[in-house]
Design a protein around this ligand. Structure first.
Ligand code: COA
Length: 155
């Protein structure tokens, strides 16, 4: 079985993330969405809230697991015996950082490789921060986040 981790802060999970996830599922049999910690970010939703929100969105698909992790992604990968990381690449400056992170992850754990998917044309300008900003200003964000996530945000 081909398995992969799709890590991110997902604060919140957007349709851009969902697009990457759905396309990666054409290649991988099972994907774990891993709600991880990005040291530079102060999250709006707690890690537990983010896990719950994403679970609500993906609950009908048995190929998708959702988990939380505070450590290095490679430690999780080793523990679960997973050899692939999925990441989306937006044409807005993601490449350098992603290349560095993929290289470091592979340096730390030689069994792991990162698989990049180009972010879909409809989503390349979306980010969780922008969605949060629009939402705080009372704008409709339903074209950027899955319905189940939006319902959780509203709660
Ligand atoms: N469509 C739309 N937006 C997307 C997207 C897509 N396909 N992919 C990413 N984004 C957005 C995200 O919403 C996020 O927006 P934000 O900056 O406003 O929050 C932004 O692009 C960056 O996302 P991403 O690159 O996934 O970063 P992240 O902060 O969500 O995740 C971790 C980074 C958690 C994966 C990384 O910090 C990590 O691996 N941490 C664990 C510790 C570790 O192992 N570190 C690596 C050592 S080499």
């Amino acid at each position: 079985m081909k398995t992969a981790i799709y890590p991110g802060t997902f604060d919140p999970f957007t349709l851009g993330h969902d697009d990457i996830l759905q396309r990666a599922l054409r290649v991988f049999d099972e994907i774990t969405i891993l709600v991880a910690v990005s040291p530079a970010k102060k999250a709006l939703f707690s890690q537990a809230e983010r896990v719950k929100m994403i679970k609500t969105h993906v609950e009908s698909d048995p190929r998708i697991k959702v988990d939380a992790w505070d450590g290095l992604i490679v430690e999780y990968a080793k523990k679960k015996d997973i050899n692939a990381i999925v990441r989306g690449l937006r044409p807005t400056g993601d490449f350098e950082m992603e290349f560095q992170m993929a290289s470091m992850n592979n340096h730390l754990y030689g069994e792991i490789d990162t698989f990049f998917l180009p972010t879909g044309g409809k989503h390349y300008f979306v980010s969780s921060s922008l969605v949060k900003e629009l939402y705080k200003h009372g704008r409709d964000v339903s074209e950027f986040v899955p319905e189940a996530i939006l319902k959780c945000m509203q709660k």
